[in-house]
Design a protein around this ligand. Structure first.
Ligand SMILES: O=C(O)C[C@@H](Cc1ccccc1)[C@H](O)SCc1ccccc1
Ligand code: NI
Length: 186
């Protein structure tokens, strides 16, 4: 089971590496990693379990964050209301942004990261819409389009596969300065 003890923090070299492609058929180890990453997100979003295990809530997790330099991301984005199905519940292998909008967007509250134990204020400007190609656990390639908050989360996770941290995107001189046409997501 993954807990916060398994999540490496900024300064660890694995967070700055470009992760390796996953090969298919999946090894038992890679299958286990994917399952445990999704289990972590689910546990982190369950108040009781998160309190018992002292987990920080997460909506996404990339394998490099548990010191596994492989191109695997888990996404578990809750629905609007408690009893709603998740907006997105998926493990992506070898995800790649194959196209994106010219338009940009950022979260009004900025971003955080399970691998960063500090606040880093500022707008993290990303693509407002993306098309992602990825493989599922059977190695079948899919294409999916995301926009808004989901697109932001997916980009945050794919950044981890390329050794990019969210604060790399923040303008140090003017952290909250953005072009007029950037969509600010509440
Ligand atoms: O560290 C991670 O990669 C997981 C982040 C993903 C994230 C994506 C977009 C914007 C901020 C963070 C965690 O989910 S951070 C905690 C969190 C929890 C609920 C909602 C938003 C952020
Ligand atoms: Ni992160």
């Amino acid at each position: 089971m993954i807990t916060m003890d398994n999540i490496i923090r900024e300064g660890h070299p694995t967070l700055r590496r470009s992760a390796d492609l996953v090969t298919f058929p999946l090894s038992a180890e890679d299958r286990k990693i994917a399952t445990e990453m999704m289990e972590f997100l689910s546990n982190s979003q369950d108040e009781k379990i998160a309190a018992q295990l002292n987990l920080r809530a997460g909506v996404g997790l990339a394998a490099p964050q548990i010191d596994v330099s492989k191109r695997i991301v888990a996404l578990l984005i809750p629905g609007e209301y408690e009893d709603d199905p998740p907006e997105l519940a998926k493990v992506m292998f070898n995800p790649k942004i194959v196209s994106h909008s010219i338009e940009s967007a950022c979260l009004k509250g900025g971003e955080g990261c399970l691998s960063v134990d500090r606040e880093v204020p500022g707008f993290v400007v990303r693509h407002s819409r993306i098309t992602v190609s990825y493989q599922d656990a059977e190695g079948v390639t899919h294409k999916a389009r995301y926009k808004g908050y989901i697109a932001i989360v997916v980009q945050h996770e794919i950044d981890h596969l390329n050794g990019v941290m969210f604060y790399d995107h923040i303008n140090e001189q003017a952290p909250f300065a953005v072009e007029d046409d950037v969509i600010i997501i509440e």
